[in-house]
Design a protein around this ligand. Structure first.
Ligand code: ADP
Ligand code: MG
Length: 724
């Protein structure tokens, strides 16, 4: 018997082979990324029309939304006031007729010619006693029969109809499925299908394209979603295991004297989450497989301590550690903080008089002088420096560590995967350093499994005790301070400035974040300057204000920041340059102007600049959100201070494209699956992938899976993952 058809074969057959696909249509299909039969079969319907539940024109009530199956009687167009084109179409079914009007969609005239059959979805209104719909959704279905009709996303530009796609899909299915075809191969191991009650791939494709009822659609979807997520997780788990196989790391001595002394000297207890994370990290460090772990935790959750504990394990074993931060300010802050934390620690040193020397932490950034830099580089080489804190300067060519044992990367979202590996190459030692990546922009667990699927994950899901929660309020105001003539001054806004003055009188300090201006930094700076002038002259007249923005020279930035730290400024007016990491515990108020322009994660980061000391803190979101999304974002910030909860809301509002986009360019072949809707399937798929890979690291006995997977991997990757 001939073997069943697999994806590779489908991918090798051009849609040009299908009936009715000539050169012109081939080009149109290519515009919507359909080139071969696999593309076609995975071009899924956007929705379905259940003809058993179809409405009839005569039964529609005013204000009701409905889908109706109609035939076009005639279509005309004319110009109306303001130069707009209005297309009017009369349609009917067995029960009556109604009018459709479209504005500025002249092409409808061609689309809706007499006799055309279409499904209309819209809201019924009455106009002079006649039923009508304005700008309804129109799907051309041709002469399709069946109770459930799939509606495919159609490209107006390409002028392909849903019914065309259906016909081509039907032709393909006829050729693939028995009796005419050889049937479709199903590479998914039988036990997985049984465990998760998944139907065969062949049945699933039938169900999604040619369902007999809506139940069929949902079992089909379940299987196809699983396929997408399983493939993605297989690639990630294979990568993770391949790295673990090919890299050799140091087996660090955990719970050595430095780690112990450090923890014992802390003036507070570790949170449960911190203790757990340190435990997880220590067990990674003790193994000779290098660690690749992500430490997720909200702003203020205490990630630094965890990172320091990890770095000390390296030093305990005679290695070095590095912490890399995305900005100079952050690197300097980390350096100061870490130096303080480690001030009293000493390292064994047989060469010295008392067989010990102080633990040495140094800062390497682009701001250190040439002479300093030379000294630091040479001491990194000799191993005299135990811990190096720095920016990108740490991964430049000429930097070499004697033996880099642990590398910590803060705020991962600003670093690419390449930089992670660059760090690894900066060491003379034969072993790869253990890598800990920290991020303060939490993402939901299932999204993390995908975005950071090649890392293990530790999560700090609690804040240290005794924090006073930040109270967040949303002041609806329209107009901005940089254009005061348009500003509508509300009572709420005035009382906000009053309260802020009150805080300053109590000795507290204030951040005011200026509107985000996407078009250019120059405009943003101009707006910040105007806002600053206005505040100094009116709302906050008499207070000491400083201005911080991205176009200031580094020295000028430093000076402003230092003045603010030293409390010689009451108010810091700034652009988002203060987003990450700035730490001034005496600042208790964060005002974000035009807050609706910022995303949830960014607002949360900004808000995290306050609430760092013992005083109660507050955040004011000033803005007039005009979109529903904008309102939902600001309300989410008012309702929650939990970064993980906010991350869920963010994912719901923005969709996964944005999250995946950041790290998975090109690898995002999720067509049906949604990291939100299909959370549980992500977890199932990951567990299955781990089980399969751990039992069969190169998929030797799952050749069909391996072949299929290779189709989705970039060149070189397949080699590395499946053959190394
Ligand atoms: P993150 O980097 O996660 O935003 P940090 O590591 O900067 O947070 O810690 C924030 C603050 O909380 C620091 O001042 C730190 O000293 C303090 N801190 C950390 N862990 C604890 C703890 N277990 N108990 C009390 N305070 C803590
Ligand atoms: Mg931090």
């Amino acid at each position: 018997m001939a073997s069943p058809i697999d994806i590779t074969e489908l991918k090798n057959i051009s849609v040009a082979k299908l009936k009715g696909v000539g050169e012109k249509r081939y080009k149109k299909l290519a515009e919507i990324e359909i080139r071969d039969l696999y593309d076609l079969l995975t071009y899924y319907p956007r929705r379905y029309l259940d003809r058993t539940k179809e409405a009839a024109i005569a039964d529609l009530l005013e204000g009701e939304e409905a889908s109706i199956f109609v035939t076009v009687d005639n279509t005309t167009s004319r110009r109306v006031r303001g130069g707009k084109v209005m297309v009017t179409t009369t349609v009917s079914d067995d029960t009556g007729s109604m009018k459709l009007t479209f504005f500025n969609q002249r092409w409808r005239e061609r689309q809706l010619s007499e006799g055309t059959q279409a499904i209309i979805y819209g809201k019924l209104s009455m106009y002079r006693g006649q039923r009508q719909m304005t700008n309804p959704v129109v799907d051309l279905i041709g002469t399709q029969t069946g109770k459930i009709i799939p509606v495919y996303p159609q490209s107006q530009k390409a002028n392909l109809h849903s019914s065309n796609i259906s016909e081509w899909v039907a032709e393909t299915m006829r050729r693939v499925l028995p009796p005419k075809g050889r049937g479709l191969l199903d590479p998914l191991p039988e036990n997985i299908k049984v465990e998760y009650k998944l139907i065969s791939r062949q049945k699933a494709l039938q169900g999604i394209h040619q369902p007999e009822n809506m139940g069929h659609v949902s079992t089909a979807r379940k299987r196809l979603v699983f396929d997408e997520l399983f493939r993605m997780q297989l690639a990630l788990v294979l990568r993770k295991r391949a790295i673990e196989r090919t890299e050799v790391g140091a087996a660090h001595s955990v719970e050595g004297p430095l780690q112990q002394k450090f923890q014992a000297a802390l003036p507070f207890d570790l949170t449960k989450a911190q203790a757990k994370a340190i435990g997880q990290i220590n067990s990674d460090l003790a193994r000779s497989v290098p660690m690749h772990r992500l430490l997720q935790g909200d702003v203020g959750a205490g990630k630094t301590l965890v990172a320091v504990a990890a770095m000390l394990a390296a030093v305990d074993g005679g290695h070095q550690a590095a912490l890399m931060a995305p900005t100079e300010v952050l690197a300097e802050q980390h350096f100061a903080g870490i130096k303080k934390l480690l001030a009293d620690l000493t390292v064994e040193d047989e060469g010295s008089l008392f067989a010990s020397r102080p633990l040495k932490v140094e800062l390497l950034s682009n701001r250190v002088s040439t002479a300093e830099r030379k000294r630091i580089l040479s001491q990194l080489l000799t191993g005299d420096i135990d811990i190096a804190v720095g920016t990108h300067a740490l991964i430049q060519e000429n930097v070499m560590f004697a033996s880099l044992g642990v590398a910590v990367i803060d705020e991962q979202h600003r670093f690419g995967v390449e930089q992670r590996s660059a760090l690894r190459e900066r060491s003379y030692a034969q072993v790869s350093p253990d890598v800990l990546v920290m991020t303060a922009t939490p993402i939901p667990r299932t999204a993390a499994m995908t975005v950071y699927g090649d890392l293990d994950i530790s999560t700090l899901d609690e804040l240290p005790p005794g924090r006073t929660p930040i109270v967040t309020r949303w002041v609806k105001a329209s107009g901005t301070l940089d254009q005061p003539e348009e500003l509508v001054v509300s009572e709420d806004l005035s009382s906000m400035w009053e309260e802020i003055r009150g805080e300053v009188e109590k000795g507290r300090q204030i951040y005011i974040v200026c509107p985000l201006i996407d078009e250019s930094e120059k405009l943003e700076v101009a707006s910040a300057e105007a806002t600053f002038e206005r505040l100094a002259a009116v709302e906050l007249e008499g207070l000491k204000l400083g201005l911080l923005h991205g176009r200031l020279k580094p020295e000028a930035k430093d000076e402003v920041m230092n003045q603010f730290r030293a409390q010689s400024l009451d108010v810091l007016v700034a652009t988002t340059v203060i987003e990450v990491g700035v730490d001034v515990p005496n600042a208790t108020v964060m005002v974000i102007l035009d807050a609706d322009r910022f995303g949830i994660a960014q607002l949360h980061q900004l808000r995290g600049r306050v609430g760092r000391g013992t005083h109660a803190s507050q955040c004011w979101l000033v803005g007039d959100a005009t979109t529903e999304d904008g309102q939902a974002r600001l309300q989410a910030l008012v309702d929650s201070t939990d970064g993980f909860e906010l991350a869920e809301v963010d994912l719901d509002l923005r969709g996964e494209g944005t999250i995946l986009g950041e790290r998975q360019k090109g690898r995002n072949d999720l067509k049906l699956a949604s990291l939100r809707r299909d959370r549980n399937v992500v977890i199932q798929a990951r567990n299955c992938a781990i089980a399969v890979v751990d039992a069969d690291p190169q998929l030797a006995s799952h050749q069909e899976l391996a072949v299929e997977l290779a189709l989705f991997l970039e060149e070189g990757d397949a080699e590395f993952l499946l053959k190394s």
